[in-house]
Design a protein around this ligand. Structure first.
Ligand SMILES: NC(=O)c1ccc[n+]([C@@H]2O[C@H](COP(=O)([O-])OP(=O)(O)OC[C@H]3O[C@@H](n4cnc5c(N)ncnc54)[C@H](OP(=O)(O)O)[C@@H]3O)[C@@H](O)[C@H]2O)c1
Length: 360
């Protein structure tokens, strides 16, 4: 990994067409001087960057009011964890570890003003190696799985649970939480035989369905003869529609994301089997993880405890080097990632204690 004396950046070069896979073509590599922080500002050196399908949504010619567009020519927006290396703010000291919207670059000047800053950033109280966990298991991926299951999904002991994109970042954490909370059965849907085997052998899923090769409808019928109590859906489209046919009485469907249809070209068909919600007295509920930001500490503490006890695995898939950030984002759409996809930009600062699991 190259150490940066200047600020290497990925800037937005062009918006992808609907249905087009995101690639390095949509970004421009730039090298600029490192900015100097002024009064009430501080300079952060990026250590690790998160990826998320929503980042594709920042790059739409027709901006989404929900996600907000990044204008062409600007540094690509993205969450990251880094270390403060210079500060002119009394509450943020040199050496502190900081999580926030750092952008796809080595250095960023942060200005702690406004509600958005307060709600989307944090100074890490007890930083540990790997800092990437602050973005993944103990960060947004973990919080999304935790609050999506408990709040939108109303997770209950003995639930029969189905999770789509189960071998991805959010899905791999959600499946493990459901198991730890006493679900009777946790079935994952993923896009390859290798991912399906990994879910069962390594993460303790009861079974897994390969949506590319298996007949999903038939497998759901076999695996859930009494129906699905909770479906945590990351995918939408046809998979959602198929699963709606297999709901148990009083089922809950937690709508986390819809990567299958989000950026597809042309008009999308809506679900037709939603009619089954009536017969099964079921409900579908969407959620946005940021609504729970004041409770992130609760999720973090629980996830940290499970991890330390060796009950929960931290499944990271880390690209090495800022130059790989476009490919890291693209991997979410091709399914090349397994677990939480992150990009290590600089080594973790020295001297931090290690986040240890009792049994690995
Ligand atoms: N509601 C919220 O607040 C919130 C917050 C964060 C994330 N999210 C959502 O959570 C979901 C997971 O995000 P993540 O960051 O953890 O990504 P991820 O699951 O690590 O990566 C996306 C996965 O989706 C699968 N996939 C891609 N295209 C697909 C398709 N056409 N059909 C079926 N599966 C497909 C791929 O795995 P396969 O190999 O299995 O295809 C890929 O690994 C996304 O929908 C995201 O938008 C929601």
């Amino acid at each position: 990994m190259q150490s940066a004396e200047h600020n290497r950046q990925w800037r937005v070069a062009a918006y992808p067409e609907p249905g087009e896979l995101i690639s390095s073509r949509h970004f421009e590599w730039a090298t600029n001087p490192i900015e100097t922080p002024r009064d009430e500002e501080f300079l952060v050196r990026t250590v690790c960057l998160a990826t998320g399908p929503a980042q594709r949504g920042y790059l739409q010619a027709e901006p989404s009011p929900f996600l907000g567009q990044v204008p062409v020519g600007e540094v690509m927006r993205g969450r990251g964890v880094g270390q403060i290396i210079e500060s002119h703010h009394p509450d943020y000291r040199r050496g502190d570890i900081f999580v926030g919207s750092l952008g796809w670059q080595d250095y960023s000047v942060q200005k702690p003003r406004g509600a958005e800053f307060v709600f989307s950033t944090k100074k890490v109280a007890e930083p540990m190696r790997p800092l990437s966990a602050e973005l993944g298991l103990l960060g947004q991926a973990g919080a999304t799985a935790y609050f999506g299951l408990h709040e939108a999904g109303d997770l209950r002991t003995n639930d029969r649970v189905l999770i789509s994109a189960a071998a991805g970042g959010v899905g791999s954490v959600a499946g493990q939480i459901a198991r730890l909370r006493g679900a009777k059965q946790v079935v994952g849907i993923a896009g390859s035989a290798g991912k399906c085997q990994w879910l069962v052998d390594e993460l303790g899923f009861s079974a897994a369905i390969n949506y590319r090769d298996d007949d999903v409808d038939r497998r759901l019928g076999e695996l859930f003869p009494e129906g699905i109590d909770l479906f945590f859906d990351n995918v939408g489209g046809e998979l959602l529609d198929t699963a709606l046919n297999h709901l148990a009485l009083g089922a809950r469907v937690a709508l986390c994301g819809f990567i299958a249809t989000d950026y597809a070209a042309g008009p999308q068909a809506g679900p037709i089997n939603y009619r089954n919600l009536v017969a099964r007295r079921a409900r579908m509920q969407g959620f946005v993880v940021f609504d729970y930001w004041e409770r992130y500490g609760e999720a973090e503490q629980q996830l940290r405890r499970w991890y330390r006890d060796g009950q929960l695995k931290n499944c990271e898939d880390v690209a090495e080097g800022l130059e790989h950030m476009p490919a890291a984002l693209a991997s979410l759409f091709t399914g090349a990632n397994r677990g939480i996809k992150l990009c290590q930009v600089a080594p973790d600062p020295e001297g931090l204690p290690r986040l240890e699991a009792a049994t690995a």
